[in-house]
Design a protein around this ligand. Structure first.
Ligand code: NAD
Length: 263
């Protein structure tokens, strides 16, 4: 017990880049990291949401910069990293993602490419930039997958499931190849009541037949804890992984799903 717990948990003096920071899990993670003392680079396509997160995070007295980036466009990712030259982050959280439903037989090339570009390709390119910048200095990567990658339960998400399992393989490859300096882990959320999920619930009720898209009432019945999770309950795990509390955690796959995957 040579290092006090407060010091192990602190992110003071570190800079974290978080994607999808305008809402949901990304925003909650930004706020916990700010509370732990990290300076932030927040990335999202939603400029308004980003500004809101920035204002909330600044209340912790840390430096917060925002970047409006469409992560489906590699050129925008390259430009982002160009702008970060000289102050590359120590921690990278690839959290942005879209769970757009479409029946497998109706997925066309444009839709497929967009979903893959956001949910998998952007994670690949962001990690590549990060590893190039940090492979000697060290750092932490946290990539966000989904329970859907391991237990596809919702109809109309084959494209999403494929991308999210790809995120797992990519993360473990980085953990293996760069483990001497970089810790890379995967967080696997499920049933988290974010803005995105709330919208989905509303749309499912208003626009779709719940049974048809597969999010039947069984989902709730299958939640061992009998409730949805809150974004901050994922953010707390993100903070653990980003901090020195997790100094020997590398290549791990960590569900934050209230036990859903165990059912
Ligand atoms: P959310 O919709 O609340 O937030 C996602 C963020 O990503 C949004 O701010 C959005 O603007 C941003 N984004 C989308 N497309 C983008 C693009 N092209 N460029 C830049 N930013 C873009 O979602 P959430 O529920 O907080 O989900 C966060 C992550 O967790 C996602 O990767 C999602 O797949 C994953 N996940 C969530 C749940 C859940 O229950 N909420 C379950 C499994 C996995």
């Amino acid at each position: 017990m040579d290092v006090p717990i407060g010091e192990l948990l602190s992110l003071k003096g570190r800079r974290a880049l978080i994607t999808g920071a305008a809402s949901g899990i990304g925003r909650a993670t930004a706020l916990r990291f700010a509370e732990a003392g990290a300076d932030l680079e927040l990335v999202d396509i939603d400029e308004f949401g980003l500004k809101e997160t920035k204002a909330l995070a600044e209340e912790f007295g840390v430096e917060v910069k925002v970047h409006r980036v469409d992560l489906s466009r590699k050129i925008e990712i390259d430009t982002l990293w160009e702008s970060l030259k000289g102050r590359e982050p120590d921690i990278l959280v690839n959290n942005a993602g879209v769970y757009w439903f479409k029946d497998f037989t109706e997925v066309d090339e444009g839709f497929y490419e967009k979903v893959m570009a956001i949910n998998l390709d952007s994670v690949f390119w962001m990690c590549q930039h990060f590893v190039r910048a940090r492979k000697d200095k060290g750092g932490v990567i946290i990539n966000v997958s989904s329970i859907e990658a391991f237990l596809p339960f919702a109809k109309g998400l084959a494209h999403y499931d494929a991308a999210k399992l790809g995120v797992v393989a990519l993360t473990r490859a980085i953990a293996r190849d760069y483990g001497k300096k970089i810790r890379a882990n995967v967080v696997v959320p499920g049933g988290i009541e974010t803005e995105g999920v709330k919208k989905l619930k509303k749309e499912a009720i208003m626009k779709f037949d719940m049974e048809k898209i597969g999010i039947s009432f069984n989902f709730n019945a299958r939640l061992p804890m009998g409730r949805f999770g809150q974004p901050d309950e994922v953010a707390r795990v993100m903070l653990f992984l980003a901090s020195d509390l997790a100094s020997y955690v590398n290549g791990a796959i960590i569900p934050v799903d209230g036990g859903f995957l165990s059912t």
